[in-house]
Design a protein around this ligand. Structure first.
Ligand code: GUN
Ligand code: FE
Length: 426
């Protein structure tokens, strides 16, 4: 029997477009060499002899992508949520991140985070670490060993407007980043480095210039924050009088998408039309983080507009701006946030529906990692098996109804299996 090919029987659901969730009831998904060979209502003759895993009754969906989260902030998620962004950073975030200089603390804290991530439906993630090179390497090594997620981890860069205990000198920040990148080379299979200027207020022009040069030399992708909060946007305007807008404060140092510079920007709540044009032109991904945007009173991003324009957009938990690691939860939050925006702010942008939210959490965000987040032929087979046995209902529900229910009500107890690139994780 061939080893690198198998089939799973289940109710198979996935998004190809934001408009529709495709469902094959009691169908067969064939995985060959880590990729989807096809989804079939009846197992084709040519696959009659391959291994078949019978998961009848369960739902099989693509693994979820978390385009934005801060690993060191997992320890204070759900705490200190009464402040807005800049005060929250100074009061809660920076003191906690400073603790990661201590590798024993980092190890204990990252262990808890990684166990939670492993047992979540997230199969791909873009993760911020801290400014500390050694703790960042520790996090990467621990994530690699857990095998529970693939994606990017960034050593954070900060050289200004930050407390002394969480700041590097410009030259030191660049040297440490180069040293970190060199150390990552050939070391990991599941985890790759991503350049991570925290946000413009934390990074001087010389630091951003140096990171732009490093990006140009190395081709390493970029992640940061953009237009999250009104005070932050005003601050960037006064810090960068020569920049055309917040997006330009990255773009002028070649840290904003385009050929050879994959980029993800978190939030984009207050972007101008000009900034959105630039993002679209450069193929910059937006990490929409609805729970964080409500917790920190940042606002409500115009996600419907992003989708209508055909921009790259996915979901982020933004731990600890968001308190929940679950991207199912982020789907429900995105819908709810869009409804309040529509009712209170702008009736021209209809709220999101369940198919659109599901698309954002699967194929929309997955695209940052390649052919990820769908079950179309050729896609990498990242998937989760869902068992809603803990959610009894008096009537039989369709697989689509069950998926909608799980998006709003499910948790890690409903996760019956996880696959990444064809490998069963549990
Ligand atoms: N902007 C700069 N740093 C952060 C952070 O840690 N979290 C959020 N939500 N926004 C930021
Ligand atoms: Fe963030």
């Amino acid at each position: 029997m061939q080893q690198n090919i198998f089939a799973i029987k289940a109710h198979i659901l996935y998004a190809q477009t934001p408009q529709e969730i495709r469902c094959t009831e009691d169908g067969y998904l064939v995985c060959e060499a880590g990729r989807v060979a096809g989804v079939f209502p009846v197992l084709p003759e040519q696959y009659r002899d391959i291994r078949l895993f019978d998961e009848s009754g369960k739902l099989l969906i693509p693994g979820l992508s978390d385009l934005h989260l801060h690993a060191p902030q997992y320890s204070f998620r759900g705490m200190g949520m009464d402040l807005e962004l800049l005060d929250w950073l100074n009061t809660h975030t920076f003191p906690e991140e400073a603790k990661y200089k201590d590798l024993l603390y980092a190890q204990a804290a990252y262990r808890i985070f990684i166990d939670a991530l492993l047992h979540s439906a997230t199969t791909r993630a873009c993760i911020f670490a801290t400014i500390h090179r050694e703790a960042t390497e520790l996090l990467m090594g621990m994530l690699e060993a857990s095998g529970g997620v693939k994606g990017f981890v960034g050593k954070v860069n900060m050289d200004r407007n930050s407390p002394d205990y969480l700041r590097e000198e410009t030259g030191e920040s660049l040297r440490e980043t180069r040293r970190w990148l060199a150390g990552c080379s050939g070391k990991y299979q599941n985890i790759a480095p991503i350049l991570t200027p925290r946000f413009t207020p934390s990074c001087s022009d010389s630091l951003l210039r140096g990171l732009g040069e490093l990006q140009w030399e190395s081709g390493v992708p970029v992640q940061s924050h953009l237009s999250e909060n009104e005070s932050e946007v005003a601050w960037v305007k006064s810090l960068c009088p020569d920049a055309a807008h917040y997006a330009d404060s990255y773009d002028r140092f070649r840290l904003f998408g385009g050929e050879g510079c994959p980029t993800v920007m978190a939030h984009c709540v207050h972007c101008t039309a000009e900034e959105l044009d630039l993002m679209q032109e450069r193929g910059v991904f937006i990490a929409h983080c609805p729970q964080s945007n409500t917790n920190l009173s940042s606002g409500a991003a115009p996600v419907r507009l992003f989708l209508e324009r055909g921009m790259h957009v996915g979901l982020g938990s933004d731990i600890a701006g968001g308190a929940h690691l679950s991207i199912f939860r982020a789907m429900a939050d995105a819908i709810q946030c869009s409804k309040l925006r529509w009712r209170l702010l702008d009736q021209s942008l209809r709220p999101l529906n369940i198919a659109e939210a599901f698309y954002l959490g699967t194929k929309g965000g997955g695209a940052f990692f390649g052919q990820v987040g769908s079950f179309e032929p050729g896609y990498l087979f990242d998937a989760v098996l869902l068992d809603d046995g803990s959610l009894p209902h008096p009537q039989p529900l369709t697989p689509l109804e069950r998926l909608e229910w799980l998006i709003y009500l499910g948790d890690e107890r409903n996760l019956a299996g996880k696959y990444i690139e064809g490998q069963r994780i549990f």
